[in-house]
Design a protein around this ligand. Structure first.
Ligand code: SF4
Ligand code: SF4
Length: 366
């Protein structure tokens, strides 16, 4: 792991990446931020001239899927970016050093980059029994987390574990696992939820911080707006089927084979804020809904405790019995789930008043 004095550009050039590829990466990154061509040159300039951002990466109670996502990005250039953009000064998961040597590296990095490093946290701290359910370097992880956060510039909460608690914090939560913002209260924290987060979202965030020297604009839950401002449902390629009232009714039925909407199979896309349907996974190849399974809302707070992944989001009393779409629309003002119910109901009403699609089973009250 090299230091934080080199620029990103000098590192990738040494690795044989062409200047043309570098500029292509900057353009793609600017467009993923929703910014224009001028931003691409600003990103290029920053990556050519600014020293790389020192990052210290800690692991608490977790399964390591965030690291898996981070290092297994399918896009070759992105992979190079991931390993070159930051000066990853400490990550006990992938570094060669271990034991006392690793401890010495951590302390040295903390002192050398005091007030300048980003603390990236994967997993979360369990608080019960004095934090003894997660021991790191002979001490409760929660102590290390507080100690390292103290001298950091900002904190990244990777994944749903660090952001919301995830399965470790699901009821009855025997270890007392908590999201990291319950123990770090005096530093800016950017949450990147998802189980795991999408590699390109992680890269995008790192690129933004490196380029602009600050955290991106966050929503009221602390997530970067540029990646979490839309629902899976908003960009889902099955959305036209939702709008047409065409739903899968059972796994592997005719409608499933036709790729109809998975709403009735419990898809949580209408209430889940993430970029899966826009960026997709594995270099844009696919995402869960494309493989035939509904979204279960892995990037939402408390998703483990919200009932079965296969429960419908709402009870749609209107199916097949409502006659006035305007009434449904008025009743829908307010909660997202209710909006979805009304939307589905309106499309169902439309279907009842038009020639039915023979491929779709007749709706019945749910
Ligand atoms: S309910 Fe799910 S499958 Fe249907 S359009 Fe919305 S996100 Fe896509
Ligand atoms: S589609 Fe839903 S469940 Fe799947 S990874 Fe994205 S947010 Fe998580």
């Amino acid at each position: 792991m090299s230091g934080a004095t080199e620029t990103f550009y000098s590192v990738i050039r040494r690795q044989g990446i062409t200047r043309r590829s570098f500029h292509k990466f900057c353009s793609l990154t600017a467009s993923s931020f929703g910014l224009g061509p001028l931003a691409a040159s600003r990103i290029a300039n920053a990556l050519e001239t600014k020293p790389r951002m020192p990052v210290i990466w800690l692991h608490g109670l977790e399964c390591t899927c965030c690291s898996e996502s981070f290092i297994r990005s399918a896009h070759p250039l992105i992979k190079d970016v991931l390993l070159s953009m930051i000066s990853l000064d400490y990550d006990d998961m992938i570094m060669a050093a271990a034991g006392h040597q690793a401890e010495a590296i951590l302390e040295e990095a903390r002192l050398r980059y005091k007030g300048r490093y980003v603390l990236a946290v994967e997993g979360n701290p369990p608080l019960n029994e004095g934090g003894m359910f997660c021991i790191d370097g002979g001490k409760p992880f929660v102590e290390r987390l507080r100690w390292m956060a103290e001298s950091s510039m900002a904190v990244i909460a990777w994944g749903t574990c660090a952001s919301w608690g995830c399965v470790q914090a699901a009821k009855p939560n025997p270890t007392g696992a908590v999201p990291i913002d319950k123990v770090i209260t005096d530093k800016p924290i950017v949450k990147v939820p998802g189980c795991p987060p999408i590699a390109e979202v992680m890269t995008g965030l790192v690129t933004f911080i490196t380029t602009f020297g600050r955290l991106p604009e966050l929503d009221r839950q602390g997530r970067p707006k540029m990646f979490y401002s839309e629902r899976i449902h908003d960009k889902c390629y099955r959305r036209s089927h939702f709008d047409a009232g065409q739903f899968v009714e059972a796994w592997d039925d005719e409608c499933a084979r036709k790729g109809y909407c998975l709403y009735k199979m419990g898809c949580k896309g209408p209430t889940t804020y993430n970029a899966c349907s826009a960026l997709r996974w594995n270099g844009g190849v696919s995402f869960p809904i494309q493989s035939g399974h509904g979204c279960f809302g892995c990037s939402e707070d408390g998703f483990w405790d919200k009932g079965s992944f296969y429960d419908r989001l709402t009870t749609i009393q209107q199916f097949g019995i409502e006659k006035n779409a305007d009434q449904i629309g008025m009743a829908a003002a307010g909660a997202v789930g209710l909006t979805v119910a009304a939307h589905a109901a309106i499309t169902a009403v439309k279907r009842l008043t038009h020639k039915p699609d023979r491929a779709v089973r007749k709706d019945k009250p749910t």
